[in-house]
Design a binder for this molecule. Structure first.
Ligand code: PMP
Length: 284
């Protein structure tokens, strides 16, 4: 990373640091967003800003600057890091204060960090063409995973468990035996009779921006959709499976817990949805 915005200044990556008493560092007391950057455009920036505002409001952290000013910072980070295809990462914490669990004084300024980095679009395309493996793990997260908080320890452990089993993603399974979502993505299947299924965006999952846009793509394609929970057993027997996230868009899942999904190759629906996604996504 060449450059990062940290609390009002653009700093070289190596010197971009935060205070040791930042509440993000000490308590994970903060939220974040990740936006896709494609052909130098920010994808679905407004939806990401709306979700950011909602996450902040749920945690009663004030927005440190206007959307307009934040938009300028994001664009400057893209330029300074020469990002054409990649991601923007944005993090806001409750700020720096003497360590005490309860909220600090109301005039404590939230900390804002914005970074950007390039992703290898061709490499991501190859991953999508091959498809990825996922494994299931128990969902041991708190009840407010609808808030995009930086408190990601269960997600970190789940992703590591996946990596150690040669998989790209872990799908969380709740206490009733249903898949909630991935450690950093939303989870989908396509049933044998061609219905696209994903869990309703209740409090059990993060309301993915890619998920929301994809619901529109699905409608426009005339596909039938069921917003309901599904089990790993149903997923094993489904025709297709895939995952969605801002950084990876739509990625076909070809193995779940070591079992081939469908014929073990990326499905037609997932591949078509990936190809159509950006016709529906916002760009700025
Ligand atoms: N669920 C979780 C837990 C995530 O971390 C992400 C990625 N931010 C998603 C779902 C997908 O959300 P989005 O499409 O907004 O990237």
């Amino acid at each position: 990373m060449r450059s990062a915005y940290v609390n009002g200044r653009y700093l070289p990556g190596a010197r971009a640091t935060v205070h040791i008493e930042d509440r993000g560092y000490q308590f994970s007391d903060g939220v974040y967003e990740v936006c896709e950057v494609r052909d130098s455009h920010i994808i679905d920036g407004q939806r990401h800003m709306a979700r950011l505002r909602r996450s902040l409001a749920e945690l009663r952290i004030p927005m440190p600057m206007s959307d307009r000013a934040l938009g300028i910072v994001m664009r400057e980070c893209l330029l300074r890091n020469r990002v054409r295809d990649g991601i923007i990462y944005l993090q806001i914490t409750r700020g720096v204060a003497r360590r005490d669990h309860a909220f600090p004084a109301p005039d404590t300024k939230p900390s804002l960090v914005v970074t950007a980095r390039s992703l290898d679009r061709a490499a991501n395309e190859r991953i999508a063409v091959e498809g990825v493996a996922v494994v299931t793990v128990p969902d041991n997260r708190w009840e407010r995973v609808d808030i995009k908080s930086i408190s990601l320890l269960p997600n970190v452990l789940a992703k590591q468990a996946a990596r150690e089993q040669g998989a790209k993603e872990a799908w969380f399974v709740d206490s009733s035996g249903h898949v909630t979502e991935g450690s950093s993505s939303n989870a989908w299947i396509v049933t044998i009779d061609g219905k696209v299924v994903t869990r309703p965006a209740d409090r059990g999952i993060l309301r993915g921006i890619t998920r929301a846009v994809l619901l529109e793509v699905i409608k426009a394609q005339g596909l039938s959709l069921e917003e309901r929970a599904f089990t790993p057993q149903e997923a094993y027997k489904s025709r297709e499976a895939f995952l969605t996230s801002a950084s990876q868009v739509v990625v076909p899942v070809v193995r779940i817990d070591g079992r081939a999904v469908g014929n073990g190759a990326p499905g037609l629906v997932a591949t078509a949805l990936r190809a159509k996604f950006h016709e529906h996504a916002g760009r700025s």
